[in-house]
Design a protein around this ligand. Sequence first.
Ligand code: 5GP
Ligand code: ZN
Length: 107
Amino acid sequence: MTDCIFCKIATKEIPATVVYEDGEMLCFKDINPAAPVHLLLVPKEHFDSLAHAQPEHEPLLGKMMMKVPKIAEAAGLAGGFKTQINTGKGGGQEVFHLHIHILGRPV
Ligand code: 5GP
Ligand code: ZN
């Protein structure tokens, strides 16, 4: 998607502080953190939200969820963390490229 901020971060057209990357996903620091650690995990493939995910996205979503604790631990959140996925305007979503918020305070 040409006008999508997170696609542009994934292709490095827009800078971000990347903490994890592989062929399918990218994790970077939220520009306006709501917690001492606030990361966003996004698929490199664009889809608008969880409500737009297709059956073929199921393995990718599973891999992303399995990656969250590893990323959180590497960010100092071995003691625990919160995850959040805002879906749709009614769910508070502002950037329409699926993302998982990872939030916490290192202990
Ligand atoms: P949403 O409300 O869509 O679930 O969350 C979007 C998040 O993206 C917000 O927490 C916001 O601070 C973050 N965000 C918006 N634009 C940028 C950007 O250009 N770079 C980074 N790193 N985060 C962004
Ligand atoms: Zn996108």
